[in-house]
Ligand binder design. Structure first.
Ligand code: AMP
Length: 222
């Protein structure tokens, strides 16, 4: 599986990318997670990305492309990968193709998760994320069993700074301006796969696998 998950912020790219990567036994590569980890570790990369992330803007292309290039060159990506949140600009999409060509690989599909804008705002402003394992919850739609604690690992749940309403609206505008045009780019290459991103986590995963022609017998386990 060599795919990227596209779609606006809050569409469920992270959740679905994790599930697909686990099923296919390939790495889940999320540029947002990489920046958050770098920020938490206080590295130079994290500090550089911080001001962009907190205001909802995109980190400069050369920074993002550099970290993705290094990650894709690692051994564990040889059998495939699920990209999440990359590419987000035309320049990144072009660089991705160059990087993959250099590594002798090709993207198989760009899966676009469609979710109406009003639902995106509701999803993101209520989202809670585990500080330890990155699992997602929601104040209303997917409450943790113990308030403030992750069901999976017991870690502390927090609201991402960029999930505050004003920043969410900025992120959606940035998406429309800079990332949505990439859908045409992928469509022209015959790589675009549109999937309805509404419904339960399991339903969306099943819809993606079906759209990729990968719906298998073990679908109930995903
Ligand atoms: P995400 O977790 O994918 O929503 O990403 C959180 C933030 O990280 C974004 O709002 C950007 O500031 C930054 N970021 C993540 N991926 C990229 C990318 N491909 N290009 C530029 N900035 C990115």
């Amino acid at each position: 599986m060599r795919i990227t998950l596209m779609g606006p912020p809050g569409a469920g790219k992270g959740t679905q990318a994790k599930r697909l990567a686990q099923k296919a036994g390939v790495p889940h590569i999320s540029t947002g997670d990489m920046f958050r980890a770098a920020l938490a570790a206080g590295t130079e990369l994290g500090l550089r990305a911080q001001e962009y992330m907190h205001s909802g803007r995109l980190v400069p292309d050369e920074v993002v492309v550099g970290i993705v290039r290094d990650r894709l060159a690692e051994e564990d990506c040889q059998q495939g990968f699920v990209l999440d949140g990359f590419p987000r600009t035309s320049a990144q999409a072009e660089s991705l193709q160059e990087v993959l060509a250099d590594l002798g690989m090709k993207l198989e599909a760009a899966v676009n998760l469609n979710v109406p804008t009003e639902e995106l705002v509701e999803r993101m402003t209520g989202r809670l994320v585990c500080r330890s394992c990155g699992a997602n919850f929601h104040r209303r739609f997917h409450q943790p069993t113990v308030p403030g604690k992750c069901d999976a690992c017991g870690g502390e749940l927090y609201q991402r700074q960029d999930d505050q309403e004003e920043t969410v609206r900025e992120r959606l505008q940035v998406y429309e301006r800079q990332t949505a045009p990439l859908l045409d780019f992928f469509e022209q290459q015959g790589l675009l796969v549109n999937v309805d991103g509404r419904g339960s986590m399991q339903e969306v995963t099943a819809a993606i696998l079906k759209a990729l022609g990968m719906a298998g017998n073990d679908q109930h386990q995903i």
